[in-house]
Write a new protein. Structure first.
Lengths: 294, 337, 333
């Protein structure tokens, strides 16, 4: 029984064991992490990887196919598609991370309070969430961004806001299950103030499900923000954002200049796929039923 | 008797949701801070004109009163006028809804027919090779942007292979559409035995339908697998195994018991797929409600946007209602009273 | 030849933990049992002692991560553990039938009662449909379901718990099995209904001359209905024998504790009444498994205790048990 030793000291060997264990437990999560890290490096150090300026045009090299000089070819403005695809990673993370943080910061407290307080407040919130659910999320995001003003900041805020019910629902259902449990009742009986019960007792015990969802929600945010850009809402060409680049390349797809739209599309798929793989793998790790050895 | 009563009461229960939907749609444009008066009056309007338009639109009233006016108009079927088409929004929507429904019907139909058997098969052998493969494929399906998939399909099947017609509309411009019977060019031309039109309609339909089917199949596979796994672990299936029923029989029990949650899930998926459909329409210039709505959003025609969003939401509510009724029919456990 | 004979049955849970270490919980440790036609054997023990797992292992109903790692199960002279899924399917529900707990959730919710009985009869016995239908109605009559014709088209959710358990018994008996395994057949039923169901089971076992295994944590049930009893602890049978003898002269300290803990209603209560915890199945002690909670335990309990025959058919696994007639010779002192 090597997994269990009386000492709780974390030696490097044990840490290595755990990483190796998790990676074998869920190869999908590992593949996801590798893809995400790869894009993370591209986003943080894009200057090192970009052979050209992503927004300066070579007016003499418009719509050139992939070559040694321009690996992914050039677009209709004569900009280097490869450099633009790499720079696009900044937008992927730059939108998804703050959007998910906003969603968590709104959704988790709302779920905590709604679940704990119950009553009319809870009822009203749930009705609003039910109402929101009958609107397709893409269309709602599009319409709200279009209505509230088309800026990058607005895109982030709207995505975060629209996604917060996901977290609120998850936390609320956990809190409902925990509310009448003995440890909460005794915390109340001991005279703890409500905020203490909410954030010290209920939060740590109800947040796991919500946290497991963050990767999948980040994937959603990357996808939706690219869709907005594809439609020209919020982010405008020639910003080197993947969705906007696909928009620029759309017209060339039926005339044969495939590289303008294909490459940003592949980058977008890879990052979203990596986040989804990671999110799916986390559920593997959290669910012991899926952990059977052959 | 009992059943029609059930449907009636179930329909009544939708009313609060409908009020919420109308309210959210109303707020959608009001919270935007966009001034419809400015749009209507134009840049040269005087303060006097502004005030007049404001009163005409009821914008000098308090918010709740504005909402009541809006709700009354909606009930009367008055969704306002689109400034892009200069026609009543309701007329625009009515003309395009059936066109979109055709795409949605085939896309979701095929997506479900692919997704459910694949999910079930994966669940019968969890962690097997088929399961692993479909899991990766369905996650990939989650990750592919619909519009990009449509563009790639056009590139491959229209530009490279010349198999498919260009992504412009539902039928070749050279062919006159069939007479209106159901609204679906394919079905109508088949009914009128217009084979040339049927061929062209089918050719135009295939690519967008495949796109929608792929995108809708991915979540259906994943969810069907999860549902079936849960059913397999249930008391009744474990007992069926303990009774020595044949594998075939046990699987049919699993399938029957998974049906209700799967139908519910597909019902809720339709809400999201209506958005996906709009993007596919946009890429293939399908000319349906989705393309109309996206154009309205992109160009800031907010009366039309409101009508479009409201229509989609009402459609979802209708789908939920139909799903509830279907379940009431197939489930002996649903209490009709 | 015994109807059922279980020898050295070992079932383990094998899986990988979060550090990808292979972990193995030894849930059944060399279980030995025999059962003859017409006999009723009670298996008692605390939650987690391995009672249900024994039944599931016998019927080949284990699901990963549970796995049989050793031993043999012979039914009417036929080895069951090596059979394929299809082969064992012809025995399950036909020659070996099970009655499970949670009867209401165990019936197929989307099939009417009569159709479920007919389906089961058709699967194993076959013949014309009309014959199966008649058999189903007969069985419903036999298990005391009032108005069998009327209930034939009832849905499972329309039945009470007791009625559903009667349906389960009818399903178990419809193919005239040789062995009936009842796994906690009365858990979750009202006390009055419990007695009815058990009386019914008892009567039917006698009428059809079956072997019957009743798994329960209720010593009262064992005392009333079982000829033989096996006491399980930590995946091991610590004492077995004729019910009367085991109850009157319990040999194993754990059995003594168990009986002492249930003075009035003979109902096994919470674990704490017995003191101590069952051993960690991941990390079993060498020697006697109950040494940590046994008041008699000494150093010699670190060695595996012998199985001692106290009187004919009454066996206990303990260092301190003395054979009643042959003196101390067998206890390896």
């Amino acid at each position: 029984m090597t997994g269990r030793s009386p000492s709780n000291l974390w030696t490097m060997a044990r840490l290595g064991n755990r990483i190796r264990g998790i990676s074998r437990l869920s190869p999908t999560a590992t593949a996801g992490v590798i893809i995400i890290l790869l894009f993370g490096v591209l986003a943080l150090f894009s200057d090192m990887f970009m052979p050209h300026d992503p927004v300066s045009s070579f007016t003499d090299r418009i719509l050139q196919p992939p070559s040694a000089q321009h690996w992914f070819g050039t677009d209709g403005n004569g900009m280097d598609v490869f450099s633009r695809v790499i720079y696009g990673a900044k937008f992927g993370f730059g939108i998804a991370i703050p959007a998910v943080i906003i969603a968590v910061l709104i959704g988790v407290p709302v779920g905590l309070i709604a679940g704990y307080r119950g009553g009319l407040l809870d009822e009203v919130l749930m009705r609003i969430f039910d109402g929101l659910r009958v609107f397709p999320s893409i269309i709602l995001a599009l319409a709200v961004v279009a209505a509230t003003g088309q800026s990058l900041l607005n895109v982030v805020l709207v995505l975060g806001f629209l996604d917060s019910p996901v977290f609120a629902r998850l936390v609320r259902s956990e809190v409902l299950a925990l509310r009448s449990s003995i440890f909460v009742e005794s915390a109340i009986a001991a005279g703890n103030p409500t905020w203490r019960i909410l954030f010290l007792h209920l939060l740590p015990n109800s947040i796991q499900g919500a946290m497991a969802q963050t990767a999948v929600r980040a994937a959603w945010a990357v996808r939706i923000s690219a869709t907005l850009a594809f439609l020209g809402v919020g982010i405008q060409a020639p910003t080197p954002e993947w969705g906007a680049m696909i928009r620029q390349g759309a017209e060339f797809m039926v005339s044969g200049q495939w590289w303008v739209a294909i490459f940003p599309g592949i980058a977008l798929i890879l990052l979203v796929f990596g986040l989804n793989l990671f999110g799916d793998g986390i559920q593997d790790i959290l669910d012991p039923r899926r952990r059977v050895s052959k | 008797m009992n059943f029609s009563h059930f449907i009636f009461r179930r329909t009544l229960m939708v009313i609060p949701l409908l009020v919420g939907v109308v309210f959210l749609t109303f707020m959608l444009v009001r919270v935007g801070g966009l001034d419809p008066v400015g749009l209507l009056a134009g840049p040269t309007a005087t303060a006097e004109e502004f005030k007049m338009i404001r009163e005409e639109l009821g914008l000098d009233q308090p918010l709740w009163k504005q909402f009541v006016i809006y709700a009354q108009n909606v009930i009367r079927g008055d969704l306002g006028e689109s400034w892009l088409s200069n026609r009543p929004v309701l007329d625009d929507i009515m003309a395009r809804s059936l066109i979109s429904l055709e795409l949605l019907f085939w896309g979701i139909g095929i997506g479900t027919l692919i997704g459910v058997p694949m999910g079930l098969r994966a669940a019968f052998r969890p962690n097997g090779r088929f399961d692993q493969t479909t899991r990766i494929l369905s996650l990939l399906g989650f990750s592919i942007p619909t519009y990009w998939l449509g563009l790639v399909m056009l590139f491959v099947f229209f530009y490279l292979l010349r198999w498919a017609p260009p992504g412009m509309g539902r039928i070749s411009l050279m062919i006159s559409p069939p007479d209106f019977i159901t609204g679906s060019y394919l079905i109508d031309s088949l009914l009128t035995a217009d084979w040339r039109a049927a061929h062209s309609a089918l050719a135009h339909l295939i690519l967008p339908v495949i796109c929608l089917a792929i995108v809708s199949a991915a979540p259906i596979i994943k969810q069907t697998r999860a549902i079936a796994l849960e059913v397999i672990a249930s008391d009744s299936v474990r007992y069926a195994r303990a009774c020595g029923l044949q594998t075939r029989t046990v699987r049919s029990i699993v399938f029957k018991n998974s049906a209700t949650p799967i139908i519910t899930f597909v019902g809720t998926e339709i809400t999201g797929l209506v958005g996906t459909m709009s993007l596919i329409e946009y890429v293939f210039a399908w000319g349906g409600l989705g393309q109309y709505g996206l154009n309205a959003i992109v160009r800031g025609d907010f009366t039309a946007v409101q009508g479009y969003v409201l229509t989609l939401a009402l459609f979802s509510v209708l789908v939920f209602l139909v799903v509830d009724i279907i379940i009431a029919i197939i489930e002996p456990r649903v209490d009709l009273s | 030849m015994n109807l059922l004979s279980v020898q050295d049955l070992q079932t383990h849970f094998i899986f990988r933990d979060i550090d990808h270490q292979l972990r193995e919980a030894k849930a059944l440790n060399k279980v030995n049992l025999t059962l003859n036609s017409g006999q009723v054997l009670g298996i008692v023990g605390e939650t987690g002692a391995g009672k249900s797992l024994t039944a599931q292992s016998i019927c080949g109903l284990l699901r990963p991560p549970a796995k049989i790692v050793g031993g043999s199960v012979t039914f009417q002279g036929r080895e069951l553990l090596t059979l394929s899924e299809d082969e064992i399917n012809t025995i399950r529900g036909a020659e070996i039938a099970m009655v499970v707990q949670n009867p209401r959730s165990s019936l197929d919710p989307l099939t009417q009662i009569g159709a479920q009985l007919v389906r089961l009869h058709q699967t194993h016995t076959g013949g014309p449909l009309a014959g199966s239908r008649k058999k189903a109605l007969d069985m419903m009559q036999a298990v005391g379901i009032p108005d069998p014709e009327g209930r034939f088209t009832a849905w499972p959710h329309e039945l009470s718990g007791g009625m559903a358990q009667r349906v389960l018994i009818a399903m178990a008996l419809i193919n005239e099995p040789k062995l009936l395994i009842a796994d906690e057949p009365t858990t979750g039923l009202d006390v009055t209904v419990q007695a009815q169901i058990l009386d019914l089971l008892n009567e039917l076992v006698a009428r059809f001359d079956m072997g019957c295994m009743i798994i329960t944590h209720d010593l009262g049930i064992v005392a009333h209905y079982c000829d033989q009893v096996a006491v399980m602890f930590a995946g091991e049978i610590v004492e077995q024998g004729p019910t009367r003898e085991v109850f009157l002269t319990p040999a194993h300290p754990y059995t003594q504790q168990l009986l002492a803990a249930t003075p009035e209603r003979l109902q096994l209560g919470v674990k704490s009444q017995l003191g101590g915890q069952p051993p960690d199945l991941f990390n079993l002690p060498t020697g006697c498994l109950s040494q940590d909670r046994c008041t008699l335990a000494t150093e010699k309990c670190g060695a595996p205790p012998p199985l001692i025959e106290i009187s004919k058919g009454h066996l206990a696994r303990c260092h301190f048990v003395k054979p009643a007639e042959k003196g101390r010779s067998k206890s390896n002192e």
